[in-house]
Design a protein around this ligand. Sequence first.
Ligand code: F6R
Length: 359
Amino acid sequence: GKGEYDHYMLKEIHTQPTALSNTIEGRVEDGDVAFEDLPAGTFSDVDTVQFVACGTSYHAAMYGAQLLRSAGVRTDVVRASEYASKTGPVDDATLVVAVTQSGETADTLDAVRKATDRGARSLAVTNVVGSTAAREADDAVYIRAGPEVGVAATKTFSSQAVTLALLSQRIAADVPEAAAAADRETMLEDLTDLPEHVETVLETTDAEGIAREFHDSDSYFFIGNGLGHPVALEGALKFKEITYEHAEGFAAGELKHGPLALVTDETPVFAVATSGDDEKTKTNAIEAQTRGAPIVAVCPDDHPLVDVAEVHLSIPDTHPVWAGLLANVQLQLVSYHAADLLERPIDKPRNLAKSVTVE
Ligand code: F6R
C-alpha cells in the first residue's frame, strides 16, 4: 500500500534511496563495474550500440548513450517507435539495448525484433523479471527498483540511469578502441554515496515551496546541456503528465533557436546544471531571464548558475554523472507538489497507462 504517503508516486520518490542501493548492490567490485551475467569479454565483438526506448526510458537511454559515446563507443539512441525509419546500418557487431521498465512496451519490443532480424545481438534493461523483453533478448540486466505503481515513472528512471551508467563502463571496457572513463574510480566511489545524497535531497528540498510559488504559470520550461539535457526532458515530461500544464524540455543552447519566443514573466525556466557541464545552461538561462522569466537553478551550491537565478533547488556536491539524477529528484518533487496543488489524480493521470502494449 501507500503507507504514510498520499500517493504511490510520492512513496516511490521516497523509496529511491533503497531502490538505488538494490540497483547498485554487488555491481561495483574492487573499484570496477561487475555484472554477474556479463563477465569481461562479453562485448568484445561489439562495434556499435543502439539504444531503443520510449518516454522516460528514452531519457534514461539518452543518459547512458552519452556516457557510452564519451567512452569512445559508436552509439545511437533511437525512439523505439521510429526505429524502422531512423536507424543506421545493423549487423552482428551491433548490440541493441532495449530500455524498458515494464519489458512489455510494444514499440520497444518491435524495434528489438527488427534489429535482431537484421543480425543484431540484444540486451534488455528492465525492471520486470520474466517480462517479454527479458525473455526475448539474448541477455537481460535488471534494474532492481521494485514494483512501480504510479503511472509516472520515478524510481525506475533513477535505477535505469544508474544501471546504464554502469553498463556503459562494462561495455566500454570490452569494445576495442574504447575505454572506460578515466575518472571511473571517483565516479564509482561517489556512486556509493548516491542513496544517501538522494536522502539529503528528500529531507532538505523546498520543491513544495517552489511549486506553490509557480503553479499558476502559463508554461514551464526545463533546460540543461550534456547530461542535464535528458534530465530537462524528463523534468518536462513528468510535469506535463501529472499537472496537465504545458511544459517543454530543451537542450539549453536550443532555447534561442525558437522557444525563446514563448518566454515571458509567466514562464518559469528550470535550469539543470552539474559541475561537469559548460557555461551553456547559464548563458541561456540569462537569455530567458532578460525576457522576464524567473529562473529556478537546480544545481550544486557552488555552481555559477546560483548567482544568476531567482530561486535555487540545491543538490549535494558529487560526480557530475550522479548530480543529474539528484537534480531529477528535485524536479520529480516539483511536479508532484504542483500536481497536488492543482488537485490532479497523480497516480492515474488521464489518458495514460502504465504499460503501452499497442504500437
Ligand atoms: C513516463 C512513463 C512513460 C514510459 C514509457 C515506456 O512517466 O511512464 O513515458 O516511460 O511508456 O515504458 P517502459 O519503460 O515500460 O517501456
